[in-house]
Ligand binder design. Sequence first.
Ligand SMILES: [Zn+2]
Length: 213
Amino acid sequence: MKIMINNEEYNVVIDKKISTKNIYIRVKENLDIYVTCNTFTTDREIIKLINNNISSIEKMINKRKRKKEKEEYFYYLGKRYDLVYLNKDGITFGEEKVFVNNSFDLNKWYKKQAEEIFQIELDKMYNAFIYRIPYPSLCIRKMKTRWGVCNTKTHKVTLNLELIKKNIIYLDYVIVHELSHLLYPNHSRDFWQCVEDNFKDYKKIRKELKQDE
Ligand SMILES: [Zn+2]
């Protein structure tokens, strides 16, 4: 079975099982729409169900597409490159392409770059900070839901490794945000005033960062 969504044709794969009580719709990595249902479910019922859930199917498709796009491209400091695999060691940057070996550990490379760049930016934002705050230690790791965390007791700032993929202005904002927590642990009015005093354009940058989550 095939269906059209937004002028694009999609395969519908129907998987009938005796043991299944409900009908499930999933979108596979290859963008096939996968329907799991009972052996007694008719094609008409399946079509009706798909039509009733078209907007959530669309969302699933878009999510898959976004994920795929992220895998095909290489993002570094706000620039997008095509990722090209070559039989050559290390990493080479072209104007719009990045060449790596198949076994190249991209995450390890990101981490290494981040350790250097994040520390430089942390020092830069710390030195420019207009209020007296303790000098924080830096930790970098991948986080699912946050760009940064500040431990106000140990003065440790943790930054999301994913920031290495984005324009450096977002990193600077997150750093100022976390440094401000060294003065104000909560998101109080005083906190946001402190952020603004140290990062004029913070509202715009914060909004853009939120949209990208
Ligand atoms: Zn915060």
